[in-house]
Write a protein that binds this ligand. Sequence first.
Ligand code: 5GP
Ligand code: MN
Length: 321
Amino acid sequence: MGIESREAWLRQIREGKSFLLISHINPDGDTVGSVLGLRLALLSMGKTVTIVCDGDIPRNMSMLTGYDLYLKPDEVNAVYDTAIAVDISSKDMMGASLPLFEAAQVKMVLDHHATNQAYGEINWIRRGEAACCQLVYDAIMELGVTITPEMANCVLLGLSTDTGHFEYASTSSLTMHTAAELVDAGGDLPRITKLMYRSQPMRRIQMTKIAYRKMHFECDGQIGVIELTRDDFTSTGCTFGEVDGLVNLALEIEGVRFAYLASERENGIKISLRAAEPDVVNDVALHFGGGGHAQAAGCTIYEPLETASAMVLEMLREKAK
Ligand code: 5GP
Ligand code: MN
């Protein structure tokens, strides 16, 4: 375990020359917005920057500058003086990018997950912060970088998606002030809203119908469950990234304290866990080798769908007692 120091992290940003920025597998708006925003800030400081992700970046984020510059891990062949794992709660969430992180001379972490164990050499982690993009914004300000509309859009998109468009309990006064400053800097909130929440592909609507049909409740309606099979993905054509957030359909029902979405992937069952405050679910995710935030966490269980789902349900039943 390395040091946790915002100052040391910022010093290395000033002193480093070539940077590799890493987004996590199953990339979401926060890891993408943070990497792309930080990339633009580093470029404006005259640094060399490469961005990498083991996974496809969702198409609805293509408005962000640098979207099409992500490399796949096997396309990266240089060694960088600094690698930064961005919005990545644990090393395994880097997927095939992990060896690139390990190969860098200086390994840094920028994150906001409660379960992050500071696996880098220099870590800047603000546990419980609404989004990693908030830290990117703070870094931009601290480094004296002039924020451009392109940077503002990246940071604003991540701030929006990780707060459920400024709805989750993690949304603070700081979040709202930052969002206002990003709009002042040229961030286009209506466009982000339209692309991220108000123009869903038809296949996601088909999947939403399936999710509602399959949704069931346990423990007197305190636990909401959605199970999606490989067939559901094949029949709708939905990518795994496109079911992001469907778990919330179960959580937003009156009386539901815990919800999870179990989806059958090529290797293992991805579990997306949610809780309504004051309940927490990251203990359950950690138990199965995953992690995340108090009220939004995840893990992968290498069992058949039914078994994996039953294992999660059993733990949640205990909590709902
Ligand atoms: P989601 O359910 O939306 O995929 O993930 C919710 C949160 O939990 C995200 O912040 C994500 O980074 C984290 N998370 C999801 N799956 C895993 C996992 O397998 N391992 C770890 N460490 N974190 C995860
Ligand atoms: Mn995040």
